[in-house]
Write a protein that binds this ligand. Structure first.
Ligand SMILES: *Cc1c(COP(=O)(O)O)cnc(C)c1O
Length: 657
């Protein structure tokens, strides 16, 4: 594939004129960067994206320069850059928000968070969080046996909480009980009614009890993508009658004195703060009742759900949140305080399991564009005796061009012209099918149709007031940007649940983007595309992009994807993990590379499917030996072929340019 530089020439010089009038502020507005990028991402005077890993408190790094230098170290694209300073800053922001709220509302308790490991399991990420959170006794949340193993091994702070959620068998529970002797603080949260008997049995067998929590199934309404995590029919937690039964069973087994925590989780990315408030009120009352029933309690765990404002619109739309981190902390603190004060119950230590809010911002995915394709809108030279459909298309084009640009353009006139163009294009196709028209004439008809579309688009003043049929015109003319990436691997939620992440070029932001386009990935799957972009509370199918320049990479960044994407990503078409690096800001505008995590090689993805790379090589060696014997393959070509095969096995699954 090669970049399409058709239509260069005239168009380019016209663009240069408009470029002069384009500023980085306009790019920041166009891509919503001023809304979602604060305080970590901005644009410098060269039109390059910059990263401020410590927000407003530290230096910045030119992202384009950074990518080039990483490429220089053989870390090829696509590349996942993890800014550990951002991860740390997000953790601090969360704690500061709770500190602030606790002081504002004179709350008589503390905040002690945990990170839900399922958000990002990468060892370096979890290690980093544990290290940065040490001074605040920040803990971890596990939802499976494997996650429990991660949490037990990495969390070596006797005061940090290890919240044990998820379905549990006897071994899970016994492990958690025994881990208390390792100076860990696991709290076994009862999620299912049958776990109570397991806990009682394990406590008898081991002669020691776990710290116990109960997950409540709240009845409050929820919203958003994971709204079904709440309500009487949700998959998780105990209903109110079950909670009462659990308390009695624990009392009978002499374990009620180990019940310390109430937990609820109303789904991820809660868009509307009103939903959170309702749930908090309900959970606050349950907490009070459990205290009254005689449980010592001490912790109220409000789960995850703290959302990320992916488009910065500050709305309750799916891609946003109508509250800030501080609003969230204030509501948690104020609601629980009110509840406890009214009933004269000691205020609990507040726990949150905020994963998305901590881990989204720190990782940036950079990929390059391999080529683009667009319909050709250049106008073919006129032939002496052109067939009727082509003749009609030329007339239609001339008619469109004669429409003067004025503020109150009659849309029906444009619509009619487009209907005509489509009709004549269909005529041309019919004639071609019947054999009356050759390939060159068919090509001319198509090009003229697209030229009509282009001329019409230029007449359309404001996309918002354009009738739907004509809006379609810009997508007819849009370009596909073929990208060195698999969305199934690196942005699976864009495909699985229509999630939107901010996506934008990271360079040439001082140049007007003159194309509309979307991205196609490397997989042979028509779903493998990015064709929905943030748009201030809405979405749009096309993104403003630049024309590719010869001999210059066009780099695109996908932002805010640090939570969930890596583990949910899959090996579709056998595209493996990308290279990843951990960057820390150093002195003098420099950076240091803390860790390099090499992406999967072709060998690794083959082995994941039980293929044996050595056997693959051996089979092909035998095949080429036979071909050499037959005389159908030269020895030098056989050598070249074997070299390619061996090198491919060792290398990344992505394209190398
Ligand atoms: C997934 C999950 C979380 C994390 O939720 P976020 O919205 O990412 O903060 C927290 N707690 C439980 C029980 C979960 O299942």
């Amino acid at each position: 594939m090669r970049a399409n530089h058709e239509d260069a020439g005239i168009a380019d010089s016209a663009e240069e004129l408009t470029n002069a009038a384009w500023s980085i502020d306009e790019s920041a507005e166009l891509y919503g960067l001023i809304r979602w990028g604060q305080p970590y991402f901005s644009i410098n005077e060269h039109g390059n994206m910059i990263v401020l890993p410590k927000g407003t408190k530290g230096n910045s790094l030119d992202l384009v320069g950074l990518v080039k230098e990483l490429e220089g170290r053989n870390l090829n694209l696509p590349l996942l850059i993890r800014f550990d300073d951002i991860l740390e800053d997000r953790l601090q922001q969360l704690h500061q928000a709770f500190d602030q709220a606790i002081s504002t509302y004179k709350y008589q308790g503390t905040y002690q968070g945990v990170f839900p490991v399922k958000c990002n399991h990468q060892r370096h990420v979890v290690e980093e969080l544990v290290a940065c959170g040490k001074s605040r006794n920040f803990g971890l949340e596990a939802g499976s046996k494997a996650e429990l193993l991660i949490a037990l091994s990495l969390l070596n702070d006797p005061d940090a909480l290890l919240i044990c959620n998820g379905y549990k068998d006897q071994r899970y529970i016994e492990t958690a009980i025994l881990a208390r002797h390792l100076r860990r603080k696991p709290i076994v949260v009862i999620e299912q009614a049958d776990e109570i008997d397991k806990i009682i049995l394990a406590s008898k067998n081991l002669g020691s009890a776990p710290l116990i929590g109960i997950r409540a199934k709240l009845a409050s309404r929820s919203s958003g993508r994971w709204g079904s995590s709440i309500g009487e029919t949700s998959k998780f937690g105990l209903s109110i009658p079950d909670i009462l039964k659990a308390v009695e069973s624990l009392r009978n087994a002499d374990l009620l004195s180990d019940l310390h925590l109430l937990h609820f989780h109303i789904g991820s990315q809660i868009n509307d703060i009103a939903v959170i408030k309702d749930a908090l009120q309900e959970a606050g009352q349950i907490y009070v009742e459990l205290s009254r029933l005689g449980a010592p309690m001490g912790y109220l765990d409000v789960g995850g759900g703290l959302g990320v404002d992916y488009d910065g619109s500050q709305t309750s739309s799916m891609t946003s949140t109508n509250y800030s981190l501080q609003n969230y902390a204030n509501d948690v603190v104020a609601t629980v305080r009110e509840c406890c004060e009214f009933h004269q119950i000691n205020m609990p230590t507040l726990v949150s399991e905020s994963g998305r809010a901590i881990a989204s911002h720190f990782s940036v995915l950079i990929f390059n564009v391999l080529s683009t394709s667009t319909v050709s809108t250049s106008i073919p030279l006129k032939d002496s005796n052109e067939c009727l459909p082509v003749h009609n298309l030329r007339e239609t084009l001339a008619r469109i061009k004669s429409i003067a640009i004025k503020s109150n353009i009659d849309h029906s006139q444009l619509q009619e012209a487009w209907n005509d163009a489509i009709k004549f294009k269909d005529d041309a196709l019919t004639s071609f099918r019947l054999g009356y028209l050759g390939l060159p004439e068919r090509a001319t008809a198509e090009q003229l149709t697209w030229a009509c579309a282009k001329a019409l688009v230029e007449l359309l003043p404001n996309q918002n007031s354009t009738p739907a049929e004509l809006k379609f015109l810009s997508s007819v003319l849009a370009s596909t940007y073929y990208s060195n990436l698999s969305i199934f691997r690196s942005a699976p939620d864009t495909w699985a649940i229509d999630q939107l992440f901010p996506v934008m070029p990271i360079q040439r932001l001082n140049e007007k983007p003159t194309q509309l386009g979307n991205f196609a990935d490397l997989t042979c799957d028509s779903d493998g595309k990015l064709a929905k972009f943030i748009c201030n509370g809405n979405s749009k199918p096309l993104l403003e992009l630049h024309k590719l320049k010869k001999d210059e990479q066009y780099l695109i960044g996908m932002f805010l994807g640090g939570a969930y994407q890596e583990v949910m990503g899959n090996l579709h078409n056998l595209f493996g993990s990308t290279n990843a690096v951990h960057i820390r800001l150093a002195n003098d505008n420099k950076y240091q590379i803390d860790h390099v995590v090499k992406g999967n090689t072709n060998s690794e993805v083959l082995e994941a499917m039980e293929h044996n790379p050595d056997q693959i090589l051996e089979r092909l060696r035998i095949a080429s030996e036979t071909a050499i014997q037959d005389g159908s393959l030269k020895i030098s070509d056989a050598q070249r072929l074997m070299d390619h095969l061996e090198t491919s096995l060792r290398q990344s699954t992505y394209l190398q340019i």
